[in-house]
Design a protein around this ligand. Structure first.
Ligand SMILES: O=C(CO)[C@@H](O)[C@H](O)COP(=O)(O)O
Length: 229
């Protein structure tokens, strides 16, 4: 079972360079096994072209390493907080993909300007605030996850499977690692299109709500929404 999980997480990690979402090791993917509560995550700092399925590190939700010769990703604490606080999430991706990270560095959420965005993410893709000096000093990676969970608690967060972390980068999630990677690709494409949209028309407004609803509900069903429960 763990070998299968490691293989799936390895294959999902290898999609990051394939879709040009990362440079060097600037990203990581994990997936959790709901039965054991163990998750597999990319090892920290290992070049993608050197990775093998066996290099994936198995962790538990208390941060204990269960199996693996390497240290887990430096973002492991953030993945843990998301798994614990957003239990429908079964796969998580973190990247510094350039267009989405530019929105994060600008401290801006990504408005929904078109149907590509509306098909996958309901409404503006949020940018969560910076950590305070105390939060950074206390537990940077853990508190990044705490901020994300705090923003999405009591919402249908699977209807908005993406977040920008100000001055850092992106986290996306899904029903498994591959689904989370799909959402990371969508996020980067939508970020690129939105930046260019604003460049072409600085006065542009978000797409009409009825268009956003039609496209999102058509794909995900009318009871899926990102708003407060
Ligand atoms: O943001 C950072 C480092 O600033 C990390 O997300 C790295 O970009 C990926 O680190 P590893 O997964 O290789 O530990």
């Amino acid at each position: 079972m763990l070998e299968e999980l490691k293989k799936r997480v390895y294959e999902a990690n290898m999609l990051l360079p394939k879709y040009k979402l990362i440079t060097f090791t600037w990203g990581n993917v994990s997936e959790i096994d709901p039965e054991t509560g163990y998750f597999a995550i990319k090892p920290s700092g290992v070049e993608y072209d050197e990775l093998t399925p066996d290099d994936m590190v198995i962790m538990d939700l208390e941060g204990n390493k269960i199996e693996g010769k390497y240290n887990p990703s430096s973002d492991t604490a953030t993945h843990i907080e998301i798994y614990k606080g957003m239990p429908d999430v079964k796969g998580i991706v973190h990247t510094h993909s350039p267009w989405a990270t530019s929105w994060a560095q600008a401290g801006r959420g990504i408005p929904c300007y078109g149907t590509t965005h509306a098909d996958y993410m309901y409404g503006e893709i949020p940018c969560v605030r910076n950590l305070t000096k105390e939060e950074i000093e206390e537990a940077y990676e853990k508190n990044t996850g705490v901020l994300i969970v705090d923003h999405f608690k009591d919402t249908e967060y699977m209807a908005m499977p993406a977040v920008l972390c100000k001055n850092h980068g992106t986290f996306t999630w899904g029903k498994n690692a591959k689904d989370a990677v799909h959402n990371a690709v969508v996020l980067e494409e939508v970020a690129k299109m939105a930046a260019r949209t604003e460049m072409l028309n600085p006065q542009v407004q978000p797409a009409p709500q009825e268009l956003q609803d039609k496209h999102y509900y058509r794909k995900h069903g009318a009871n899926a929404y990102y708003g407060q429960k």
